[in-house]
Design a protein around this ligand. Structure first.
Ligand SMILES: NCC(=O)N[C@@H](Cc1c[nH]cn1)C(=O)O
Ligand SMILES: [Zn+2]
Ligand SMILES: [Zn+2]
Length: 475
C-alpha cells in the first residue's frame, strides 16, 4: 500500500524531477577538461545541498591533486553521505558519478549539450542525463518521495559519489580501501546505477563489466610545426609515423593486432555460450543504437560476445593534429594518438601494458624514423563479473518485476566502471548494477538522452528496491 502511495507521488512530481535534472545538466562537470574543474566541484556542492535539504548527513572528502597535461590540478572531492542509522534496518551503499564526458554543440548536437531540453518524443536531451546525472538525481527523488509520502525510508543509506569516473576514477580506490571498515562498515550490499538496458524494451540487471586500459602514443621530432611545402618529403613527419603505429594496432574488422593481448582471455565454455541463446537482442537493435547498418558480425550472439566477453581495441583521436575546417598545410611537430583496450576475464593490466609497449616500440623501430616515440598508460581499470543468482540480484529482479511487470534480462556490459571491483573486494559485499536508461541513450555521444518514462520508472525502481531490501534476509 505504501509503495502505491509513493508511486502516485512520484508520478505527480515528474516535472520537479525534470527541473532538478535540468539544474544538474546545466553544470558542465567535465572531468577531462582541467579548465572546467571548478564546475565539477560546483556539481559536488549541488549534490551535497540537495541531499542535505532532505536531512542526509553529507561531507566532501578532499583527495588531493593530479597532473593533467603537465599541470597540477586539484581532484574533485568524493562526496560521502549517510541517510538513517537505525541498527534494525539493512544498509545499502549507493555509488554514482557526478562528472560527465566532454560535449560541444559543434560536435553535432541538435541542442546545447549543457541545457536540458525535452523533445516531442518525451526524451530529455543533455550531457549526463543518462550517464550518470539522471540516476543520481533519481536517488535524490527516491528519498524525497518517501519523505513527502510520509513513509519511513525502509533502509539506511550510505553514499559515495565521485567526480572523476570518466577520467579513470583517480583517488577513489584508496578512499574505499581506507573507509571499508569505517565509513562503509555497515553496508550490507552495494548498488550502482551507471549502466543501461541492452535494448529499448526490456529492463536488465547487469552482472559483468569489461575493464579498460587507456593509452597515449606520442611521436615528436621537429622543434616546431613546419611548412609542408618547404620541408615535406625531406624530414621524418611525426604524423606519418603515428598513423603507421596506430594502423598496426587493430584491423578494420576489430581484430586486435598487438601480439599477446588475447593470451589471457578465458576460453568460452559451452555453458557460457548457451547463456547467449535467449537474450532479447536483435541486429536491428544494434542498427537503431548506432544509427546505421555497420555491424561487423551477422548474429546477435557474436555481437554480444564481442561486446561483453572478448577484448576490443578502439582508436579515439590524435592530439596535436590539424583538425579544423580548411586546408592548413602544416607538418605537426608533436602528435599523440589515443586508444583504449576493453579488457575481460582473465586479462591483467601489467600484461596488457607490456604487450602494448613492446609492440609500439617494435613497429616504430621498423619505420626507421629519426623521430622519437613514447607510450603511456593513462589509466587502467579492471573487468568485473558477479553471479546473477546472488540474493541481491533476486531482490533486484523482484523490484524490476513489480515496476515493469516483466523479469529483467541478466546481462553484462561492454563499458567499464573501474571502481566496481574495488567495492566488492574491499567491502567483501555484493554489488548490484541497477540500470535506469535504455541501450539507445547515446551515453558519451551527441544528443545523449534519457526517456522521461525511464527516469520516472527508474525512481520507482529505486523506491521498490529499497523496500525489497528491507524485507530481505540477506541470503
Ligand atoms: N557509464 C560508465 C562509463 O561510461 N564508464 C566509462 C569509464 C571510463 C574509463 N575511461 C574513461 N571513461 C567507460 O568509458 O566505460
Ligand atoms: Zn560514462
Ligand atoms: Zn557512467
Amino acid at each position: 500500500m505504501s509503495l502505491q502511495k509513493i508511486y502516485e507521488l512520484i508520478d505527480s512530481k515528474k516535472q520537479s524531477y525534470i527541473e532538478r535534472l535540468h539544474k544538474a545538466v546545466s553544470i558542465p562537470s567535465v572531468s577531462a577538461d582541467a579548465s572546467l574543474r571548478p564546475k565539477v566541484v560546483e556539481m559536488a556542492d549541488f549534490i551535497v545541498s540537495e541531499f542535505e535539504k532532505l536531512g542526509a548527513k553529507m561531507e566532501k572528502r578532499d583527495i588531493g591533486s593530479h597532473v593533467m597535461n603537465g599541470v597540477e590540478v586539484p581532484l574533485p572531492p568524493i562526496v560521502l553521505g549517510q541517510y538513517g542509522n537505525d541498527p534494525a534496518k539493512k544498509t545499502v551503499l549507493i555509488y554514482n558519478h557526478y562528472d560527465v564526458q566532454p560535449a560541444k554543440k559543434s560536435d553535432g548536437w541538435d541542442s546545447e549539450p549543457f541545457e536540458l531540453v525535452v523533445d516531442e518524443k518525451d526524451r530529455m536531451l543533455g550531457r549526463g542525463v543518462t550517464d550518470d546525472k539522471g540516476p543520481l538525481m533519481g536517488w535524490i527523488a527516491n528519498l524525497e518521495a518517501y519523505k513527502e509520502a510520509g513513509v519511513d525510508f525502509p533502509v539506511n543509506l550510505l553514499m559515495c559519489f565521485e567526480g572523476m569516473e570518466e577520467y579513470g576514477s583517480e583517488g577513489l580506490d584508496d578512499l574505499i580501501v581506507a573507509e571499508a571498515n569505517r565509513y562503509f562498515k555497515k553496508a550490507d550490499c552495494v548498488c550502482i546505477s551507471d549502466t543501461y538496458w541492452l535494448g529499448t524494451r526490456k529492463p536488465v540487471l547487469t552482472y559483468g563489466l569489461r575493464g579498460v586500459s587507456y593509452f597515449n602514443v606520442t611521436v615528436e621530432g621537429p622543434s616546431a610545426d613546419l611548412h609542408s611545402g618547404v620541408f615535406g618529403g625531406t624530414v621524418h613527419e611525426p604524423m606519418t609515423d603515428l598513423i603507421a603505429v596506430m594502423a598496426s594496432l587493430v584491423k578494420p574488422d576489430g581484430t586486435i593486432l598487438v601480439p599477446g593481448i588475447v593470451d589471457e582471455v578465458a576460453p568460452l565454455t559451452k555453458d557460457e555460450d548457451k547463456l547467449y541463446d535467449n537474450i532479447d537482442y536483435s541486429m536491428d537493435d544494434l542498427k537503431q543504437a548506432v544509427g546505421g547498418e555497420i555491424n561487423v558480425y551477422d548474429s546477435p550472439k557474436d555481437t554480444l560476445q564481442h561486446r561483453w566477453r572478448y577484448p576490443t581495441l578502439s582508436l579515439h583521436g590524435i592530439q596535436g593534429a590539424f583538425s579544423e575546417s580548411g586546408a592548413k598545410t602544416v607538418i605537426p611537430a608533436k602528435v599523440t594518438g589515443k586508444f583504449s583496450i576493453r579488457t575481460v576475464p582473465n586479462m591483467t593490466a601489467e600484461h596488457i601494458n607490456k604487450c602494448v609497449k613492446e609492440h609500439v616500440e617494435k613497429v616504430f623501430a621498423s619505420l626507421n624514423s629519426k623521430n622519437r616515440v613514447s607510450v603511456e598508460c593513462l589509466h587502467s581499470g579492471s573487468w568485473w563479473i558477479s553471479s546473477p543468482f546472488h540474493w541481491h540480484y533476486t531482490i533486484g529482479a523482484k523490484a524490476v518485476k513489480t515496476v515493469y511487470g516483466v523479469e529483467p534480462d541478466l546481462v553484462r556490459e561492454g563499458g567499464s566502471i573501474p571502481i566496481t571491483l574495488t567495492f566488492e573486494t574491499a567491502l567483501n559485499k555484493n554489488v548490484l548494477l541497477l540500470s535506469m536508461g535504455r541501450g539507445d541513450d547515446g551515453a558519451h555521444s551527441i544528443n545523449e538522452k534519457l526517456d522521461v518514462e525511464n527516469y520516472v520508472n527508474g525512481i520507482k525502481l529505486f523506491a521498490t528496491y529499497v523496500d525489497e531490501l528491507s524485507k530481505s534476509e540477506l541470503k
